[in-house]
Design a protein around this ligand. Structure first.
Ligand code: NAP
Length: 283
C-alpha cells in the first residue's frame, strides 16, 4: 500500500525541499498551501524531478479556521490513509495583526491553524498507524512566554516575542499530543531546523528586509535546513521516539522548562480546543 503524507507550506523554503524528498521516497504527497497556483507549479516540478505522479495540492490558509476546516474535509475526502503529517508552514510578522477569527496572526497561523488541522485529521492518522506527526517548531521557543490575559497582545506587541510564543505553543502542543498518543502507534515530535535562508524574515520589517540578503549568506541552505525534518519524517533513528524536541543536527535535546511544564501544556490544549472548536479529546 502506498503511504500518504500531508505537508503544509510547501510553496517556499524548507517545505519545498521536504515535499520533494518525501515524494522521492515514494509517498503519495498532499501539499496544503495558501497559493494554489504556485502549489500546482511546484507539484508539476516535483512530478517531473522525482517521477512520482502521486502529488496533489489542496488549499489551506492557516490564518482562517474556516479554511483549515475546509482543507481537512478535502484531505479526508481524498486520503483513505494518512501515515505522515508535517506541520511545516509558519510565518513571522513585525506588525500586530488580527485574523478574521480575531486571533493574533502568528499565534493563529503557527499554532491554532496547525492544532485544528492535526486534530481534524487525527482519527484518520491513528487508523493508519504506524504513523508520524512532525511539527516544525524553533529554538525561538526557548524565550517564548504566555500571558493568558493578553492573548491578542493588545497591551504589548513585539514581533519576535509573538513569534517565540507561537513556537513555544508548537512544543507545548507536541508534548500534550504525544501523551495522548502513547501506545497508539502514532508518534509526534518537533524540531528546530536551524537558521535557514528562506522567506521567513518578515517582509513588513524595513530593517530586517534590508539586512536579509546579507544575513542569508550566513544561514543554512534550505537543503541543509530540511535534514532534521526528513530524518523525523522518513528515518528509522527516531522511529520509536514520541514527544521529543530535536535540534538542527537531528538530536533529541531538552526543550525549554516552559515547554516541559505539563500544566501549561494542558492549559494551552484546553484553550486551543476552545478557540478552534476542535474536540477536547482526540480518541
Ligand atoms: N528559516 C528559519 O531560520 C527557521 C528557523 C526556525 C523555525 N523555522 C520554521 O520553519 C517553518 C518553515 O519556514 P521557512 O523558513 O521555510 O519559511 P518560508 O520560506 O517563509 O516558508 C513558509 C511557508 O509557510 C507558508 N505559510 C505562511 N503563512 C501561511 C498561511 N497562513 N497558511 C498556509 N501556509 C502559510 C508559506 O506560504 P506562502 O508561500 O504562501 O507565503 C510558505 O510556503 C516555519 O514553521 C518556521 O517557523 C524556520
Amino acid at each position: 500500500m502506498i503511504r500518504t503524507c500531508v505537508i503544509t507550506g510547501t510553496t517556499h523554503g524548507i517545505g519545498t525541499v521536504a515535499a520533494r524528498e518525501i515524494a522521492r521516497a515514494g509517498y503519495r504527497v498532499i501539499m496544503a498551501v495558501r497559493d494554489h497556483a504556485r502549489g500546482q507549479r511546484l507539484r508539476d516540478d516535483i512530478v517531473d524531478t522525482t517521477g512520482n505522479g502521486e502529488v496533489s495540492v489542496v488549499t489551506l490558509d492557516l490564518a482562517s479556521l474556516a479554511s483549515v476546516r475546509d482543507c481537512a474535509a478535502n484531505v479526508l475526502a481524498i486520503a483513505p490513509n494518512i501515515h505522515l503529517l508535517v506541520n511545516n508552514a509558519g510565518m513571522m510578522s513585525a506588525k500586530r495583526e488580527l485574523t478574521i477569527d480575531g486571533h493574533e496572526l502568528m499565534f493563529a497561523t503557527n499554532h491554532l491553524g496547525p492544532f485544528l488541522l492535526t486534530q481534524s485529521l487525527l482519527e484518520r492518522i491513528v487508523a493508519s498507524a504506524p504513523a508520524r506527526i512532525v511539527n516544525v517548531a524553533s529554538r525561538a521557543h526557548f524565550h517564548g512566554q504566555f500571558d493568558f490575559d493578553d492573548l491578542t497582545l493588545a497591551r504589548h506587541f513585539a514581533g519576535m516575542a509573538a513569534y517565540r510564543r507561537s513556537k513555544l505553543a508548537n512544543v507545548l502542543y507536541t508534548k500534550a499530543l504525544a501523551r495522548r498518543l502513547e501506545g497508539s502507534g502514532v508518534t509526534v515530535n518537533c524540531l528546530h531546523p536551524g537558521v535557514v535562508a528562506t522567506n521567513i524574515i518578515p517582509a513588513n520589517s524595513p530593517i530586517l528586509s534590508f539586512f536579509a540578503p546579507l544575513a542569508k549568506k550566513f544561514m543554512l541552505s534550505p537543503d541543509r535546513g530540511t535534514r532534521t525534518l526528513l530524518s523525523l519524517a522518513l528515518g528509522t533513528d527516531a522511529e520509536d521516539i514520541n514527544g521529543a524536541y530535536f535540534n538542527q543536527d537531528g538530536k533529541a535535546v531538552p526543550a525549554s522548562a516552559a515547554a516541559c511544564d505539563e500544566a501549561l501544556q494542558e492549559r494551552l490544549w484546553r484553550l486551543s480546543a476552545e478557540l478552534t472548536g476542535a474536540p477536547l479529546e482526540c480518541r
